[in-house]
Design a binder for this molecule. Structure first.
Ligand code: GLY
Ligand code: MN
Ligand code: MN
Length: 442
């Protein structure tokens, strides 16, 4: 089993989690369940991000258990599937509890079949247990049955932890700030994804289907070491670009229209999340170019706010100002910018947020307003900046604007001096896009 980080790196993460837990407590962090796609075939398995973060273990039917004693020392244990020669011939290799201890640098590992007993032993007499209730792991019953068993046998000296804390906010705080090792992986995911977008521009031709362009991106991801996309790719030609999370990708790409591609690779669990919008025939029409350059200016304005002490909120406000003033200049909105901003007149055309945290999940964990206050940006945070304009086909505007959807999305890491754009290699200036596409056409 190959881990993307050193065992020490995972140990430090578990130590950081233990530090946040109360004395004499335990955490239960289960794997994701497998999901049936059809009868006896499953969707590709994706591990729970918190479990990946803490130990890198990739198998289903497993859980990490972290125990902190009254003196503040902690230990980590894994429950995982047993070795099974028949199952491994049919379904694939398993690490098994015996090998897991050294492979993952843990203090012990047991069979998934022993989960009830082992969990009971580790929880007995603890002051609290940390667990993500209602999460898709499907382990709520395992925990609640174990707690019930502990409550039911006081004569045996069993005592259930009286408190269940949500494990998610603790992990979210830890995952929000990326280590240098994580940043290196994210930079690589971003670079692979950026090149995939450039490739899509190069190979795009009128008459292709949206899913064929999607296949070009997936081919590039896999060809460069990233087998999976981080989320279902969005390839929307023409008016389909106005559907924010359009993933049917089933229609033909028409000459004279734009195509919006929102796609990113997942590398070692870490997501890239890039959107580029470009003309299917390689040349922007005047109306397309005007709207495109407006979105690009809004993105540039938003990015200025991305520095230590800045906020995502400030980035959003900067983008909204540029978009609103631009929409007035183009005659799409009428009135005075200040009042239009206050009345959210831009909302029919820009209805989503300016960006989100990025990491092991594409919409990564992390409270945007801890304690009700805007979260000031810190070095090591990674986020997207993704303004857009989506003019519905029946919008009350001049014909030339209708049915155009544009989003431009990049991934930024906050640095001590401001930010670095991880996805800068994805071409996005009008002249650069047209030059790339012209060069790719004989
Ligand atoms: N790809 C989803 C998003 O941009 O938020
Ligand atoms: Mn995004
Ligand atoms: Mn996106």
């Amino acid at each position: 089993m190959m881990l993307p980080f050193s065992l020490d790196h995972y140990r430090q993460r578990r130590a950081a989690l233990a530090q946040l837990m109360v004395a004499n407590s335990a955490a239960l962090l289960p794997a994701n369940p497998e999901q049936i796609r059809s009868r006896d075939t499953e969707f590709p398995f994706r591990q729970d991000s918190d479990l990946l973060y803490l130990c890198g273990f990739g198998e289903p039917e497993s859980a990490l258990m972290l125990v902190k004693d009254g003196d503040g020392n902690h230990q980590s244990f894994l429950l995982c599937r047993d070795k099974d020669p028949v199952a491994e011939v049919w379904q694939g290799r398993r690490l098994g509890p015996q090998a897991a201890v050294d492979a993952l640098g843990l203090d012990g590992a047991w069979s998934w079949g022993e989960r009830s007993e082992r969990l009971r032993e580790l929880l007995n007499g603890r002051a609290a247990v940390y667990y993500a209730q209602g999460h898709m792991s499907g382990c709520d019953n395992l925990l609640f049955d174990t707690l019930a068993a502990l409550r039911g046998a006081p004569k045996k000296g069993w005592r259930a932890p009286p408190v269940i804390h949500d494990s998610r906010p603790l992990l979210a705080d830890l995952r929000l700030i990326k280590s240098n090792e994580e940043l290196a992986v994210m930079a690589r995911a971003a670079a692979i994804s950026a090149e995939a977008h450039n490739r899509a521009m190069a190979v795009c031709r009128p008459g292709q289907f949206e899913y064929q362009l999607e296949a070009e991106l997936l081919h590039h991801f896999a060809g460069h070491g990233a087998r999976f996309a981080a989320y279902n790719s969005i390839v929307g030609g023409g008016v389909n670009a106005c559907i924010l999370h359009y993933t049917e990708n089933s229609e033909a790409l028409n000459d004279g229209e734009l195509v919006l591609i929102d796609a990113g690779a997942e590398l070692h669990g870490y997501a890239a999340d890039i959107t580029r919008t470009f003309p299917i025939n390689g040349r922007f029409s005047p109306a397309q170019r005007q709207l495109y350059e407006l979105v690009l200016s809004a993105q540039q304005a938003a990015m200025l706010a991305i520095r230590p002490g800045g906020t995502i909120e400030a980035a959003g406000k900067a983008a909204i100002r540029v978009l609103t003033e631009g929409l007035v200049a183009l005659g799409i909105l009428e009135g005075e910018a200040e009042a239009l901003i206050a009345g959210e007149a831009y909302k029919p055309y820009f209805m989503h947020g300016i960006g989100h945290w990025l990491g092991l999940d594409v919409h990564d964990v992390g409270d945007y307003k801890p304690g009700g206050q805007l979260r000031p940006l810190l070095p090591g945070m990674v986020l997207t900046i993704e303004p857009g304009l989506y003019i519905a086909p029946d919008a009350p505007v001049a014909e030339q604007w209708r049915g155009i959807g544009i989003r431009i999305e990049d991934n930024l890491v906050v640095t001590s001096g401001g930010h670095e754009v991880l996805t800068a290699a994805a071409v996005k200036g009008v002249a650069e896009i047209e030059a790339l596409m012209a060069a790719a056409r004989p």
